[in-house]
Ligand binder design. Structure first.
Ligand SMILES: Nc1ncnc2c1ncn2[C@@H]1O[C@H](COP(=O)(O)OP(=O)(O)OP(=O)(O)O)[C@@H](O)[C@H]1O
Ligand SMILES: [Mg+2]
Length: 330
């Protein structure tokens, strides 16, 4: 059921490892906190948490694992202060094989409690990849950011990530509509030519005009904001437009551009020395761009979220067929 939370929840994903999802999460946290917001950062990398390390904490006293395994009653109980004013943390554990792949009930409990957290902004730092739990956290967040760099592999991955998230959303929306689910299933299993979203809308229209309107509505509401990171060249700076075009051509969505962040050697230095203050004491270009993005986030209208259904908790093949297509247009 749709639900409006008092916490402004944003997920930061992007598919590829090492593109700067965690640094963008932390950087946006700093900028939002400086604007006077209470910020919580959540490490959404269940299998390989390291947000706390980047924040300068070596051994967190409590982690998300304590909540998922019911060692504490409330998610609020695992919120820890961080070394940075205005920012609290929900840490992941480094070796949480037990919860690397949470059950449906663990996940629903987590999603419900996210909305009760004492914060103005909750920023979720997602793991790399397109596993179902990553996609569900992403889709559950009213605010969605996809981070990528100008490298071709990163562009391919972020497009694949957006596509997987969109198809996960579609399969959730139509989970109870057997006719549409069957179309999606066939598409996922099929070896034929790759479909575009137009093809899919046409197919759905042929089984139900009303459902094709629902699909079009979903496409209109599915909003992923683009952030290009580590921009060094003019060409890097144009990456977001390439993603927009491919998404428009193949998925019938136009992800808005939220901003871009320059490559800044200070970021690497701050990470390597575990000295985040290096980053925000100086007025560097990375933080200046993050401030601009944070200002935009504060002004954006909020939308509501819905919880995933149990039937759809296991990985669906829905998007795999469409994913056979790669970024040939680039
Ligand atoms: N704007 C930037 N300028 C320079 N270096 C950067 C920038 N953003 C990130 N980095 C460097 O890239 C490294 C990887 O960043 P980060 O850990 O945020 O990536 P990630 O996408 O979260 O990776 P993973 O998927 O493994 O969690 C950082 O340690 C930092 O050194
Ligand atoms: Mg990371």
């Amino acid at each position: 059921m749709a639900h409006q939370s008092h916490v402004n929840i944003w997920s930061i994903g992007g598919g590829k490892g090492g593109v700067g999802k965690s640094m963008v999460t932390i950087g946006l946290g700093i900028s939002l906190a400086r604007l006077g917001n209470r910020v919580i950062l959540l490490d959404g990398d269940f299998g390989g948490a390291n947000l706390h390390t980047l924040m300068g904490l070596r051994f967190p006293a409590v982690t998300l694992e304590d909540f998922l395994l019911r060692k504490v009653a409330r998610l609020d109980d695992v919120v820890m202060p961080s070394p940075i004013d205005g920012i609290s943390l929900i840490c992941g554990a480094d070796d949480i094989l037990g919860v690397a792949n949470p059950t449906y009930h663990q996940k629903i409990r987590l999603l419900r409690e996210l909305e009760e957290l004492p914060a103005d902004f909750l920023l979720i730092d997602l793991a790399a990849g397109t596993s179902i739990n990553i996609l569900d956290l992403f889709n559950h967040s009213p605010g969605k950011i996809a981070v990528f760099t100008g490298y071709t592999t990163s562009l391919q991955n972020v497009y694949g990530f957006i596509k997987c998230a969109l198809f996960r959303q579609i399969s959730q929306e139509f989970a109870k509509d057997k006719d549409v689910s069957e179309l999606l299933r066939q598409e996922g299993a099929g070896d034929e030519e790759v479909l575009t979203m137009d093809d899919l809308v046409d197919q759905v229209r042929s089984v139900s005009p009303e459902k094709s309107l629902r699909l079009l509505n979903l496409l209109q509401e599915f909003k992923v904001f683009l952030v290009t990171n580590m921009v060094k060249t003019e060409q890097d700076a144009r990456s977001a437009e390439i993603i927009q075009k491919v998404c428009a051509d193949f998925l019938n969505i136009t992800p808005p551009i939220l901003g871009s962040l320059p490559f800044d050697p200070l970021v690497e230095k701050a990470v390597n020395r575990m000295a985040l203050p290096l980053l925000y004491q100086k007025k560097n270009p990375f933080l200046k761009s993050l401030d601009e993005i944070a200002n935009r986030m504060v002004c954006l209208p909020r939308s509501s979220t819905a919880l995933p259904s149990e039937k759809e908790n296991s990985a669906s093949k829905t998007s795999s067929g469409l994913l056979k297509e790669t970024l040939q247009t680039g």
